[in-house]
Design a binder for this molecule. Sequence first.
Ligand code: ADP
Ligand code: MG
Length: 295
Amino acid sequence: MKTAVVALGGNAFQPAGEKWSYKQLARNVDKTCEILKILTKKYRLVISHGNAPQVGLLMLQQESTALAPKMPLDVLDAMTQGQLGYLIQKALNEKLKAKAVTVITQVLVDSHDPAFRHPTKPIGPYYKKKIEEDMVKQPGGWRRVVASPKPLRIIEIDEIKSLVKSGYVVISCGGGGIPVVKDKGKLIGVEAVIDKDLAAAVLAEDVKADMLIILTDVKAVFLNYRGGKGCEMELRKTTPEDAQRYMKEGHFAPGSMGPKVQAAIDFALKGGKTIITSPRYMEEALKGDAGTLIE
Ligand code: ADP
Ligand code: MG
């Protein structure tokens, strides 16, 4: 049986235009997981997920009271792995009759990664205007940005591989993994959010996946992307070399589509193929009739 790593977008669980609530989140997770059923006939599944909206909300929650002590960002990352892991695990067990398990995953990053000096990763809710220094404008509004260092190595990879081999659907590297650095032989959590797409590419390579499927809130990757307006062009099939060129030309926003295309390039250079699409178009994309294929 083939193996597919599926990276689920945190923004697809809590879309920009939707009123955010627990019920809506659980419903979106259920809906997305149900769609993964089509994959189970052909693929052994390894799941990863984003956490940008969820980790930003936790940040807001802890800022709204002085009664509870604040947790650092690495702990908030871990909390979202539990929160979303719980919902995804439950949905996969119910809808796919899978044996799903969530692994709290740490991912090694370099303490000298330049990303620590230039925050680029948008998290949390969308604001109508800029309310603080580290914010970025996205199609849905202004969002906070945090550091997003490059994932180097998945600490729990042996455990993940062994669970996959035993037939479990493993949910891991949630939110890109908890970023840790090595200091005198010890792992120390750091305040950052790793991009889940880049972590998913490392995961896909490690578990020797045949395919990486990145599910987000857009149908495909576009050139000249204008959020549905203007003369954008859907990119249906491309090579890592061409994708790299488009990236250099500035077609993919950093912190959103940029890391997805970068993940696809990384994986393609290791011989893997990647599909980028939305859950709704996944079935068509598998047949080559929708989405973006990079190989
Ligand atoms: P996820 O939570 O799935 O990782 P992101 O917000 O990080 O979602 O990335 C998806 C978003 O990337 C889309 O909603 C879209 O606004 C944005 N985007 C930026 N550039 C492009 C592009 N060239 N083609 C398609 N989408 C793009
Ligand atoms: Mg993202």
